[in-house]
Design a protein around this ligand. Structure first.
Ligand code: SF4
Ligand code: SF4
Length: 79
């Protein structure tokens, strides 16, 4: 449409350091959009670390990043 710009939103970049994740799953509780999930693979520490399965749903609220006790999550605007 003339004069109307449609800006496509890019998915957030969610960096999860699975080596630092201790499997407390606080991030799963606080994410309002269910972006994060337990990964299907068990780590060598014996639990399922978290993975970002649906970054396209992320609203950049940063709750997960702020509340992860092990600083294992960093969220960036995808653009
Ligand atoms: S809050 Fe942090 S340490 Fe806990 S499960 Fe999520 S990523 Fe892992
Ligand atoms: S920034 Fe917010 S919406 Fe995005 S993954 Fe973290 S808690 Fe979920």
């Amino acid at each position: 449409m003339k004069g109307e710009r449609v800006k496509k939103k890019k998915a957030a970049s969610i960096h999860l350091n699975q080596k630092w994740c201790k499997g407390c799953y606080i991030c799963l509780e606080v994410c309002p959009k269910k972006v994060l999930e337990k990964s299907s693979q068990v780590s060598d520490k014996g639990f399922n670390p978290v993975a970002a399965s649906h970054p396209e749903l992320c609203t950049l609220c940063l709750q997960c990043e702020m509340l992860c006790p092990d600083l294992a999550i960093r969220v960036e605007n995808g653009g």
